[in-house]
Design a protein around this ligand. Structure first.
Ligand code: AP5
Ligand code: MG
Length: 209
């Protein structure tokens, strides 16, 4: 499977990607996770990205495109990949098509997980993530239900930043819905249902059942 998970912040891209990884072992390429790891490690990339991320703005295209191209050239992605949070601009989508064409590995599907913005604000201000294993949970999880690790809140999951992330999504990323619809690669799934019900639709859309 060569797929892109599209959707607003908090739509459930990471949640659905984790389920696919658990069941199929396909490499999960999350640009947000890559950037957060770079920020935590204090690398030059992390230093450059931090202020954009904290404000809920997009990191410049040239930084992200290089990062993803490099990752797609690693051999584990030859059998498939799940892109999460990339592309996010038309320039990124065009660059992705060019890179995949060079690698002779065309994209199968852009899967849009569709959720109403008001649902998203509640979800994101309530999200907690495990410091040890990266499990995505909620404020109801005092400890990680998977490994017992400490749960933390992302710096960009406060209401003001979430609202800006939603605006940025609307202006800069939602045009990609038409981009992928135009080349017949778009599949839309209602993401405002139980995560396992959403996952059943994800697998059906990807012809995995
Ligand atoms: P990134 O990390 O990609 O964040 P995002 O797109 O804002 O998406 P999220 O990770 O917040 O949400 P998600 O859809 O993964 O939802 P999740 O499954 O966690 O990017 C962060 C920042 O990095 C960007 O703002 C930007 O600065 C930078 N960046 C990253 N990529 C970039 C790029 N390509 N170009 C430029 N800049 C880039 O779920 C959310 C919550 O909801 C969880 O608590 C979960 O338990 C819950 N939940 C999930 N599904 C359901 C469901 N079906 N029902 C109820 N609750 C659910
Ligand atoms: Mg995510």
């Amino acid at each position: 499977m060569n797929i892109v998970l599209l959707g607003a912040p908090g739509a459930g891209k990471g949640t659905q990607a984790d389920k696919l990884v658990d069941e199929f072992g396909t490499p999960h390429i999350s640009t947000g996770d890559m950037l957060r790891a770079a920020v935590a490690a204090g690398t030059p990339l992390g230093q450059k990205a931090k202020s954009f991320m904290d404000a809920g703005e997009l990191v410049p295209d040239e930084v992200i495109i290089g990062l993803v191209s490099e990752r797609l050239n690693e051999p584990d992605t030859e059998a498939g990949f799940i892109l999460d949070g990339f592309p996010r601009t038309t320039a990124q989508a065009v660059a992705l098509d060019a890179e995949l064409s060079k690698l002779s590995r065309p994209l199968d599907t852009a899967l849009l997980i569709d959720v109403d913005p008001e649902v998203i604000i509640a979800r994101l201000t309530n999200r907690r993530i495990c410091r040890e294993c990266g499990h995505i949970g909620t404020a109801a999880d005092e400890k990680c239900p998977v490994c017992g690790g400490e749960m933390y809140q992302r710096d960009d999951d406060n209401e003001a930043t979430v609202r800006n992330r939603l605006d940025v999504y609307e202006k800069q990323t939602s045009p990609l819905i038409d981009y992928y619809r135009g080349c017949d690669r778009l599949v839309t799934i209602d993401g405002d249902r139980d995560p396992n019900v959403v996952y059943a639709d994800v697998k059906e859309a990807l012809h995995l059942v």
